[in-house]
Ligand binder design. Structure first.
Ligand code: PMP
Length: 464
């Protein structure tokens, strides 16, 4: 990370930046520790963030794909305060409470198929770890303890706990980081990567065949689960070909491999539906992992939906030792559950799913038009999530150089009123779902100007 916004040392913002130096942020470059003068955000209002110097920016990444209903919602603050005063904590081992009970029932009722059971977690990574632990536990009870291998994809992201990080497929992020055994990564289902002359259909055939070949190579009796985000989010909004998920699910069913759909990003309206697996991609997976938009990021919470079939299988396998030794102090935390219920109320009351479906075409058309900029290699958009991929030299993409470019774009955009979230060579846009068409126009105008200014800067430096 290069310094974006170093403020004068003695100013209030400068003092906060000094204090922030001991905050080890996610993906912190420890070699640069102390030199990262991050913008310090003071407030959020609707789709905007306001920094400590009073600069107002559109929250392009929507927090981290999570602030679905927008910032500063009185309804959520009231629900959190009310619950904290009524009951701030209960032991989920010993007893239960109203808010998580109501939330569990509401999620199960809205979920596709027979995903009728809810295991609460503290976030997305712990939802993914819980899904994998459940898959292993399931196979142990089913009398096949050797069925433990997991298949994931290059470009996928599933979290930062040990197992979830193991399933994440950004190879450069595994450097110096120990990884669990038993995870196998398939190539990325990114149509842009297909060889010249290959149709998208043939590319899809190849990716699905690769999954089946991997299961056969490892032995179907050794493979527990396939885990996939419907749209690879942090990997750069990678949208697999049509029918890819349905066909992968068929392969999994044929070989008795569990399908875990990681909807940490895609659920709760990002693609215009509460859950995307069935509504957008036509699949009913065995488990779904959730977080982020569940509370719109106001407080941490995740959840794992488990299909009734799996619980019936376990019951049918006999034996009375069926304790799932897994859970968290904060499983079903009442304050988080109250925030989630209020969040679902807002999504429903304000018709946010329909709103997303209404503005999606405008969001897509405006962003796709950025492809006329010479540095933009591809613009991928689905629902209200977009990745604008920038490559300075199309013939020779270079991760560090292109990342330095998108960081420049972010710096220019922040100055003009838009926070961008560069992910390597991608400018990611996933604004709060309440964004209007006029605000989309402003967001894209700033992004275009930011890219143009960064291009001009690079050109000037090359000439110098
Ligand atoms: N799965 C996906 C698809 C994600 O995008 C993320 C977070 N970006 C996670 C899991 C991990 O969630 P958390 O950071 O809440 O642990």
């Amino acid at each position: 990370m290069t310094p974006i916004n170093a403020s004068a040392a003695g100013s209030p913002t400068g003092r906060l930046q000094q204090q922030d130096n001991v905050f080890i942020h996610p993906w912190e470059d420890l070699a640069a520790l102390g030199g990262n003068h991050r913008t310090i955000i003071a407030r959020g209002e609707g789709i905007h963030l306001i920094d400590t110097d009073g600069n107002r920016m559109i929250d392009g990444p929507g927090g981290m794909w999570c602030v679905n209903i927008g910032h500063g919602r009185r309804e959520i603050a009231d629900a959190i305060a009310g619950q904290a005063m009524t009951l701030g904590y209960f032991s989920p081992w010993a007893v239960s409470a109203e808010a998580p009970a109501r939330l569990a029932a509401r999620l199960a009722a809205a979920a596709p198929g027979d995903l009728d059971h809810v295991f609460f977690t503290t976030g997305g990574s712990t939802a993914v770890d819980s899904a994998l632990r459940f898959a292993f536990f399931y196979n142990n009870l089913m009398g096949r303890p050797q069925k433990k291998q997991v298949i994931a994809r290059i470009g996928g992201y599933h979290g930062s706990t040990h197992l979830a990080a193991g399933c994440s497929g950004k190879l450069s992020e595994k450097r110096h980081m120990d990884m669990p055994d038993g995870v196998h990564l398939l190539s990325c289902p990114k149509p842009l990567l297909r060889p010249a002359g290959m149709s998208v259909d043939a590319f899809c055939d190849a990716r699905v065949a690769e999954l089946e070949a991997k299961i056969l190579e490892l032995g179907a009796d050794r493979v527990a689960a396939f885990i996939a985000e419907p749209v690879l989010a942090s990997g750069g909004v990678i949208i697999p070909p049509d029918d890819y998920h349905r066909r992968c699910l068929d392969v999994c069913r044929r070989h008795d491999v569990l399908y875990i759909s990681d909807e940490v990003v895609t659920a709760f309206g990002r693609l215009g539906h509460l859950f995307a697996s069935e509504a957008v991609f036509g699949i009913r997976p065995d488990m779904i992992t959730l977080a982020k938009g569940l509370t719109s990021g106001y407080v941490p919470m995740g959840a794992l939906l488990i299909s009734d079939r799996l619980l019936r299988d376990i019951a049918g396998a006999g034996g009375d030792a069926r304790v799932f030794f897994s859970g968290f102090t904060y499983s079903g935390h009442p304050v988080a559950a109250a925030a989630a219920l209020a969040n679902l109320d807002v999504i429903e009351r304000d018709g946010l799913l329909a709103h997303v479906r209404r503005v999606m075409p405008h969001f897509s058309a405006r962003l796709r038009a950025l492809a006329d900029l010479p540095v933009v290699a591809e613009v991928r958009v689905i629902g209200l999530m977009a990745g604008v991929e920038c490559t300075l030299d199309a013939a020779h993409p270079h991760e560090d150089r292109d990342y330095a470019f998108t960081l420049r774009v972010d710096r220019h955009c922040q100055r003009m009123g838009l926070l961008v979230r560069p992910v390597y060579n991608m400018c990611v846009m996933s604004p709060p779902l309440i964004i209007t068409e006029a605000q989309i126009d402003r967001m894209v105008d700033i992004l275009r100007a930011g890219i143009e200014q960064a291009m001009a800067e690079v050109a000037a430096e090359r000439r110098a």
